[in-house]
Design a binder for this molecule. Sequence first.
Ligand SMILES: C[S@@+](CC[C@H](N)C(=O)[O-])C[C@H]1O[C@@H](n2cnc3c(N)ncnc32)[C@H](O)[C@@H]1O
Length: 253
Amino acid sequence: MAVPRPSAAPRQTSPFGATMQRDFARPRLLDGTHSPHNIALYAFGVGGVAGLGLALAFLGTTLQWFGLYLVALAVFHFFEYEVTALYNAPKLNLGSFLIPHGPEYVAATIASLVESLVVGFLFPSWAQSWPLLLRFVGLALVLVGQSARSLAMIQAGTNFSHLIEHYKRLNHELVTTGVYSYLRHPSYFGYFWWGVGTQLLCGNLVCAFAYAGALWYFFRERIPYEEELLVKFFETEYVTYRARTKVGIPFIR
Ligand SMILES: C[S@@+](CC[C@H](N)C(=O)[O-])C[C@H]1O[C@@H](n2cnc3c(N)ncnc32)[C@H](O)[C@@H]1O
């Protein structure tokens, strides 16, 4: 999850990196990347995860809470794509689904499944003793986190990008209104609390701490790096804006 410093001439890579560059000026759905086959495949994947989650949750299985996590996961990825399609169409490509999301992300999802399985089948009394209140706190965090993230993407519009931009585009404007008037990184705030919330919802004590730690470390590295670039882009305008806003992730200022 380490993020290179600007001085290290960073280049962001992603399984979709090359496509992302190429797609920038193209109309969506009219190129090979957005072929009906590819769209169908991704929609099937997201829908399948949501369906599996709903089945686990509502058929009263041992993995019922993990099932709700799968539903939250499917909703998250669907919104990443759909909000980009509606509010940031020039940057839309299949990478907008944010699937896959990197090896750490896959490992985190598997870890959550493993903990849910171990606790559910080997220590069922521990699973039953997990306070319902904590599950509701988790659900509330998932809802707040998802809303903050989607709202940030909507309000930032074409100023939002899934990858950090290293050069200022002519039409890149500093967003300081709406949710950005309180939080200067609302999509990161949302993702952090959403992630922690999913594990409280599952009743996964180890993963709740592990997710909080990993996400905290990731954003503690990423935010100063992104802000260094934003100061270069917007100079005193960003410095002033930074001084009057919060991050909303513990111990990151
Ligand atoms: C993944 S988005 C995250 C945006 C923001 N950090 C957040 O959490 O909502 C990263 C891109 O957003 C841009 N960005 C971040 N804050 C911004 C702001 N207040 N106004 C305009 N662009 C911003 C950065 O230049 C970067 O290319």
